[in-house]
Design a protein around this ligand. Structure first.
Ligand SMILES: *Cc1c(COP(=O)(O)O)cnc(C)c1O
Length: 362
């Protein structure tokens, strides 16, 4: 297919071309049904198969142990910032958060609306250029849960290993690195992720929750914001985002063909190494933002000597078919988001461009 951009968008982000082409073929008529999947009932057999197959494949690819529910909800990861405290925080408890960057901060702000919060550790003093080490975590005994953001999409940092929080449930926002590598789900009480970075289109949010945490929350919590509402009926309480869930299913099939989470990790490490090696070998022309030990496999953030040069970099890259390299407006600089679906060829093209740009401006 002609004219595919080198897509480094942070989210919504690149999807596998094979998946887009298959979806295009199935778009108008789905499996000889006489209609698009988008036109049929979510209570019908055809959609139900898509729904349950997607859940099953997700359980397989993430090796989700028994005792966990998989939910497909709406409202993005941002709604989970509220649902987690609404469902898990009790009056006599506190919600412990690890402040690692922009997304963790948003999660904390939201939790403050509902009860007491504690900062278990923070890298704010270092402009969030690193993930605090596990030994820095200070978790109060009365914590209802410990929340972490596995990958800070904006700063470009990622947890290298997760803490063992014992009997206190660990809650993870894995929006921007889910399935980029295998993950031990049993370490978590709750995992949530908006789909639009690594799983599919926007509009679907994945929640994986340990069954004992699906307790009845306070009666004032709206029906749609209660985990038990969705868990009781396999995310079919109301109309789910049917097309989005179908797309997630297709992305998962693609991912399985690529060797699953382990295959993804191998590819992602290769991709990230290409980019970071170039940055580190540029003699200071490109300056990585994140501490080396906290670097993200998914979002590589870097700077140039001046903002003017960064602007020129963005402009020239766009003229050559690269999209999405401007850093988030809140932190500036440059960022290449290299999620699962971004092919190695795009990274090669980018590193060629970066070498050329340096030779002309270094
Ligand atoms: C993108 C992102 C979010 C926000 O997701 P929405 O679906 O837009 O609400 C939250 N957390 C992280 C880590 C993200 O990357």
């Amino acid at each position: 297919m002609a004219n595919r951009a080198y897509n480094f968008n942070a989210g919504p982000a690149a999807l596998p071309l094979e998946v887009l082409e298959k979806a295009q073929k199935q778009f108008v008529e789905f499996e000889n049904s006489g209609m698009s999947l988008m036109e049929m009932s979510h209570r019908g057999a055809i959609y139900e198969k898509v729904h349950y197959d997607t859940e099953k494949l997700l359980r397989e690819l993430l090796s989700i142990p028994e005792g966990y529910k998989v939910l497909f909800v709406q409202g993005g990861a941002s709604t989970q910032f509220a649902m987690v405290p609404l469902n898990l925080l009790r009056p006599e408890t506190t919600a412990a958060y690890v402040a690692t960057g922009s997304w963790a901060t948003k999660a904390i702000q939201e939790a403050k609306l509902f009860g007491d919060t504690t900062i278990a550790a923070s890298s704010e003093a270092d402009a969030y250029n690193r993930i605090p080490s596990i030994s820095e975590l200070n978790i109060p005994e009365n914590a209802a849960y410990v929340h972490l953001t596995s990958n800070e999409t904006i700063e470009g940092t990622q947890w290298a290993e997760y803490p063992d929080t014992g009997s206190i449930p660990l809650v993870g926002d894995l929006s921007s690195d889910i399935l980029c590598q295998p993950v031990d789900v049993s370490k978590f009480g709750v995992i949530y992720a908006g789909a639009q970075k690594n799983l599919g289109p926007s509009g679907v949010t994945l929640v994986i929750i340990r069954e004992d945490l699906i307790a009845k929350p306070s009666l004032t919590v709206p029906t749609m914001l209660r985990y038990d509402t969705h868990a009781k009926v396999d995310s079919l309480y109301n109309t789910p985002p049917t097309f989005g869930i179908y797309m997630v299913g297709e992305v998962l099939k693609w991912l399985k063909e690529q060797g699953g989470a382990a295959g993804m990790e191998k590819r992602n490490r290769e991709k990230a190494a290409l980019l970071y090696d170039l940055i580190d070998g540029s003699g200071g022309f490109y300056r990585g933002f994140a501490d080396k030990g906290s670097r993200s496999l998914m979002n590589a953030t870097f700077r140039l000597a001046t903002e003017e040069l960064e602007k020129q970099f963005v402009k020239e890259s766009e003229a050559q078919g690269f999209v999405g390299l401007k850093g988030h407006r809140s932190v500036g600089g440059l960022r290449a988001s290299i999620y699962n679906a971004v092919p190695l060829d795009s990274i090669r093209a980018l590193t060629d461009f970066m070498r050329d740009f340096q030779s002309r401006n270094g």
